[in-house]
Design a protein around this ligand. Structure first.
Ligand code: MRU
Length: 354
């Protein structure tokens, strides 16, 4: 089940379109949005029909193809196409992958839409490869340090195949542990207010027969302090050069609890989530979503009329709380000073000497 893919003929009149698995409806309904207009893609991103940082990277890259195709059909000028690409690029602010995906393919526009489409497909393919590699490295890192046959793992939000082109990041590490027969149980935070944990993570874990429970976000710190888990692993939407990591709101509380309990807090993300232009997390824009997502549940008002919701969608976990950042190039250890730039330099050095 792919979160997002390009379909050469699914659009109106048989032209190309982006097929998005509508995650607002999961797990109750499996339905796809066939999108052949830029503004529909922007809406799908804003509504979280497609979501998760790496999947947004793919959406960004494919959005450029959509803009070129729609421009051709509607006779747009160059500046209209460029404005449409910018609308995709800015559809959500926190996950750097969205802008990164656009920027990966945009320079190829003068070579034509087929070149852009090929590059967009490459973004998706390489994301899966990166996820599988970072999952192996992340699992190795954990198993080297934790002296327990089968690990009990806490995770927050959804970071699986639904949030990426395939496989997953933090959920990829969990899958990897499961495949190595080294996983006991996953505690999946439900992830208020939009319930990515209970709706999506539990859906993926159940589909693969991975033992799990869903817990209220408010239970997470206590689960850690009671010694019920051996580690926490989460994804990220943007990681600054020093290892500060933006992720779904509620993540920083998990990290604080792990630090207090002395258990590893790992961030798992492909390099496309790393933003070395940001020295630290203070410059990361935190998306603020409609208050009704907090004051209502599935359209039913829970808080009193007149009470406003406060709804930051992400938080930033300071590097001092991050034991490990598992990337496809290696595992950085921000808390002990092995930073992301060092990981990248080592990887580039290895590639150069091959
Ligand atoms: O608002 P969402 O659902 O897009 O938030 C997703 C997350 O915070 C994920 O943890 C993050 O994007 C990593 S996905 C591999």
């Amino acid at each position: 089940m792919l979160a997002i893919e390009w379909d050469d003929t699914a659009g109106r009149d048989g032209h190309g379109a982006v097929r998005v698995l509508d995650q607002t409806l999961l797990p109750v309904t499996t339905a796809y949005r066939v999108i052949d207009r830029v503004d529909d893609l922007v809406a799908a991103i804003a509504e979280l029909a497609v979501r998760g940082a790496p999947a947004l990277g793919v959406a960004g890259a494919m959005g450029v193809v959509l803009a070129m195709d729609e421009g051709l059909r509607k006779g747009w000028g160059e500046s209209d196409v460029s404005a449409a690409v910018d609308r995709v690029r800015h559809a959500r602010p926190t996950a750097v992958n969205l802008a990164w995906g656009v920027d990966q393919v945009r320079p190829l526009m003068p070579e034509g839409r087929d070149a852009v489409l090929a590059a967009a497909r490459r973004v998706a393919r390489e994301d899966e490869e990166a996820n599988r590699q970072l999952s192996r490295l992340g699992a190795d890192w954990l198993l080297d340090r934790l002296d327990r046959r089968r690990l009990r793992v806490l995770t927050h939000c959804n970071t699986g195949a639904l949030a990426t082109s395939a496989w997953g990041t933090a959920l990829g590490v969990i899958r990897e542990l499961h495949h190595r027969n080294r996983l006991e149980l996953v505690y999946a935070d439900e992830t208020r207010p939009l319930l990515q944990g209970s709706r999506l993570t539990a859906f993926e874990l159940a589909a693969e027969g991975i033992p799990h429970v869903v817990q209220a976000d408010g239970a997470a710190a206590s689960t850690v302090l009671r010694g019920l888990v051996d580690l926490a692993v989460v994804g990220a939407d943007r990681i600054a050069a020093n290892g500060d990591a933006a992720n779904k709101i509620g993540t920083v509380g998990v990290a604080l609890a792990c630090r207090d309990a002395g258990i590893p807090f790992m961030v798992a993300a492909p390099w496309s989530t790393v933003d070395l232009s940001m020295p630290d997390g203070s410059g990361i824009e935190i998306e603020e979503r409609p208050g009704e997502e907090v004051t209502e549940l599935a359209g039913i008002r829970l808080a009193p009329e007149g009470t406003r919701g406060f709804n930051p969608a992400f938080d930033v976990t300071p590097a001092r709380l991050v034991d490990a950042v598992a990337t496809e190039y290696g595992v950085a250890e921000p808390r002990s000073g092995r930073d992301l730039a060092e990981i990248r330099a080592l990887a580039l050095g290895a590639a150069a000497s091959m």
